[in-house]
Write a protein that binds this ligand. Sequence first.
Ligand SMILES: [Zn+2]
Ligand SMILES: [Zn+2]
Length: 212
Amino acid sequence: MIKYQSFTGEFSRRIATRWRRLVVGSSSTLRRARATGSSGRGIELRLLLLTHGHIDHIQDVAKIKRRFGCPVGVHPGSAPMLSDREFFRDFGFQFEIEPVTPDLLIEATLSRDFLGMNFEVLEVPGHCPGSLCFFSRANELLIGGDVLFAGGVGRWDLPGGDGDLLFAGIREKLYPLGDNVTVLPGHGPPTSIGAERSVESFRALSGSDKRR
Ligand SMILES: [Zn+2]
Ligand SMILES: [Zn+2]
């Protein structure tokens, strides 16, 4: 079974969600992760996979890469958000990132090996261009980024967002994965495909309160 842990790191609280979006290496790394408790100290990060390029998911990538020397993987659609210092400014946001050149470009595929762990990679845009979900069939586990949350879906009003595209992706790509699949969202508690499919939470959305 895959072992995963979410915790608050020393860079910022945001790392807590980002950790869910990365695949760490050997079992010894994972043991160390557990042994170090919530601080995250002692981690030997081997690979950082980004579900998408929004600022709250990439702000510390340069720091993490410098600290651990780990390769960083992202979809080509999100890559400019990571590598272009001015990207967010161009859309009117007062953010500036320390740019990082991705080491791996990741696109949708039925099977890809990351440090010995096999994932199907799904591209589910609409929240963000190049938004990826990493699915482990063997573990019935979806690392979903900001696509599907417990009781909500990702917002679609940011640059490159498209609600219809997002909803279609959730229906056509995520629901068929199976009701028992656990979803680790980019924000908030875990959920399951079945729980979200039964309420079709995006249908119930009337405002921005559940969008992240
Ligand atoms: Zn996002
Ligand atoms: Zn987010």
